[in-house]
Ligand binder design. Structure first.
Ligand code: XUL
Ligand code: MN
Length: 345
């Protein structure tokens, strides 16, 4: 197994205030500067950005103003020695995205979504990252008959093509999620993301980002999704977290719910050499709503601690013994071997 060190990142939204559909924030909002300082203090290497994390109130600003603010941010990041891992257009808040962004039934709204994505690419350029993450939040349906899924697929391809043409270097990392906020999303899994890449003008620049919780919500094992994406050389980013079954998207600390599923994700990353082409391990985790302000960075630090412990567990797993048990089809003892290895017994 290749032994290498990993680089870590999170986004400003991961230091969240605890609001949910049933209650208001429970921690006071913090400034971006404070969040950046915490990221540095925790020893993380990079920050991920929605377009409006980088340029607040982006819709009210001109292209010139957007570029200027992105350049100012780049200077601050350089000054702190922090990289920008990716930029993602936030296409789920604006009134134009109520009925979808690229797949809205209203052509003016589709135009808005594409324009905003092109501005996000400009920001990515200025911040020095070639990754545009596309979490396709509202591209799906609540009411099956309200949209034609075939047309929606074509609209997604049309939008991706415009982005690929806008910048010859940008890479699109699709972050699939099967549901929430939609009933059904059009690109629910990594298989869908990599399949639609084939319909675009440059399939080599359309890849994916796997989020553990999203794979679990699709009823899949995130470790298998990692192996699948990496077999295509298309895993360009990663949101590790955890999820207890088919509920709302929980974004729990990595390994919090199922240590064995987390262990298998780390094994898959290790055997495929994730990170060796500069990819980051990002934690898309949120504090539990009960978290006190004094403890609200713990979910990030703890996720990294668990990840690094599991890297050790993956590297010290007795592969030879495992292979013997596999050759003997003794999966019963293989199962127990994994359990005892994780328990340290
Ligand atoms: C939503 C989600 C987003 C994306 C970035 O479930 O995971 O935070 O990661 O837009
Ligand atoms: Mn995510």
């Amino acid at each position: 197994m290749a032994k290498h060190t990993y680089k870590f990142c999170f986004g400003p939204w991961n230091i969240s205030e605890g609001q949910d559909p049933y209650g208001p924030p429970v921690r006071p909002p913090q400034t971006f500067d404070w969040k950046l300082a915490q990221l540095k203090k925790l020893g993380f290497d990079a920050m991920m950005f929605h377009d409006d994390d980088a340029v607040p109130d982006i819709d009210s600003k001109s292209e010139t103003q957007i570029r200027k603010e992105a350049k100012d941010l780049r200077k601050r990041l350089d000054g702190e020695g922090i990289a920008a891992e990716m930029v993602a257009p936030r296409l789920w808040f604006a009134p134009q995205t109520v009925d979808g962004a690229y797949t809205s039934n209203d052509p003016k709204c589709r135009r808005y979504a594409i324009d905003r994505s092109l501005r996000s690419i400009d920001i990515a350029n200025i911040l020095g990252t070639d990754i545009l993450v596309l979490w396709l939040a509202r591209e799906g349906s609540y009411i099956r008959e309200s949209k034609n899924a075939r047309h929606c697929l074509e609209r997604l391809v049309e939008a991706f093509d415009k982005m690929l043409a806008h910048d010859k270097k940008i890479r699109l990392a699709i972050e699939p999620k099967p549901n929430e906020p939609m009933d059904h999303a059009y690109l629910p899994t990594i298989g869908h993301a990599l399949a639609i890449a084939q319909l675009t003008r440059d399939s080599t620049r359309v890849g994916c980002l796997i989020e553990s919780a999203h794979a679990i919500l699709a009823g899949l094992d995130p470790a298998d999704e990692i192996d699948f994406a990496m077999a295509f050389g298309k895993l360009w980013s990663l949101h590790l977290n955890d999820q207890n079954g088919l509920k709302f998207d929980q974004d729990k600390p990595f390994g919090s719910n199922n240590l064995r599923v987390a262990f298998n994700q780390v094994r898959a990353l290790e055997r495929n050499g994730y990170g060796q082409s500069g990819e980051y391990v990002c934690f898309d985790v949120h504090p539990f709503r009960t978290t006190k302000t004094a403890h609200w960075l713990k979910h990030l630090d703890n996720s990294r601690r668990t990840f690094l412990s599991l890297v050790e567990k993956a590297r010290t797993f007795d592969e030879q013994k495992a292979q013997q048990l596999i050759a003997d089809r003794n999966y019963q003892d293989l199962d127990q071997m994994v359990i005892e290895h994780l328990m340290g017994t």
